[in-house]
Design a protein around this ligand. Sequence first.
Ligand SMILES: Nc1nc2c(ncn2[C@@H]2O[C@H](COP(=O)(O)OP(=O)(O)OP(=O)(O)O)[C@@H](O)[C@H]2O)c(=O)[nH]1
Ligand SMILES: [Mg+2]
Length: 390
Amino acid sequence: MQVELVEIGLLLVALAFILLFGLAARKLMKGGLGAGQSRPALPAPSSETEEERLLAEEALSAGRLSQPSPPAEPEPGSEADAAAPITLEAGLKKSRQGFMTRINKLLFAGRAMDAALLDELEEILVTADIGVRTTEKLLADMRASIGRKEMDDPGAVRERLKAAISSLVQVPAPAESPHESPRVIMVIGVNGVGKTTTIGKLAARFTSEGKKVVLAAGDTFRAAAAEQLEIWAERSGSRIVRGAENGDPASVIFEAVQAAKREGADICLADTAGRLHTKVNLMEELKKVHRVMGKAHPGAPHEVLLVLDATTGQNAITQAKQFKEAVDVTSLALTKLDGTAKGGVVVAICEELRIPVRYIGIGEAAEDLRDFDAAAFVDALFAETDGRDE
Ligand SMILES: Nc1nc2c(ncn2[C@@H]2O[C@H](COP(=O)(O)OP(=O)(O)OP(=O)(O)O)[C@@H](O)[C@H]2O)c(=O)[nH]1
Ligand SMILES: [Mg+2]
């Protein structure tokens, strides 16, 4: 009896084994994987039917579907959307919220366009860093151009204000004088305004246009400064010329301009240490750097780009005036406009300094440096966002 039970047990084990073996063999024949094997995950099944898939395969092999379909537009607010370059309208959101929203509320409140309302308008413009002088000029321009009937139409007053601001921010840039390559651009400004970042962004732009760029690490004051520039050089594929820490900035820049010349570069961007516009000795050093560049390459620097931080408001104007006394500032870059509600400072800068704003910074990434286009800037400032700014 015991022997019989053992025989039945063995028989059952053998049957189970045969069954398992059969199942495994079937799976293998269908293309399944054996133990220990791995294979990349298969694409998720699409919703297409077998017939549609065959038709698509046929079309592909016939060359009819050779172009991949364009990537879908990112969902607003999605991760992919966040990676997209910021638009000018988005970059100026804080300024719109800061003063355009207030202006709209004032103009469209159904009040009479009387002296009291104009006083309030004046106050909003002054606090948006347009400044007292520029605001007075703006309002005078508006009053001179607006008709009596238009005065009662808030939409018309808004348009007049937009036109008056537009005409103030148009500062024509002088034509570039012809010169031998490389074009040397000296970048100056007080501490932390965004000089090195602006150079990095410009280097990225120029190299993407196929230009050969040399960066001069003229900020020998801080070791981290050259390292920061080195990162931008790597990122943009530019060459960098560095000197010793605490070395003479003029000699590093001289060497860089000569290297750029020797190597047939198109552009040489020279970084300088941040300096307070009130420090006489530092402004003297800037004059020396400027002179030395001309010795390395006649006509250099071809452009002196003063970087101003928009968040510093009216102080930016004082800085510009003092830098201009030391060296001939030819153009301005206005950074961090994305971080201020007082973008009105652009209007004051254009009106008071009459130096062309060439670039504006609306973020920290390489693509967040934009050419300053007066019309596009005013359009973005006055953009009607249907409550999106609220
Ligand atoms: N949000 C924003 N940040 C900016 C912009 N431009 C520069 N920055 C940031 O401002 C900070 C200072 O920038 P830097 O380029 O180091 O300034 P710098 O003028 O070279 O500073 P120093 O060399 O110390 O005088 C960095 O954190 C930058 O990322 C801009 O347009 N928008
Ligand atoms: Mg710097």
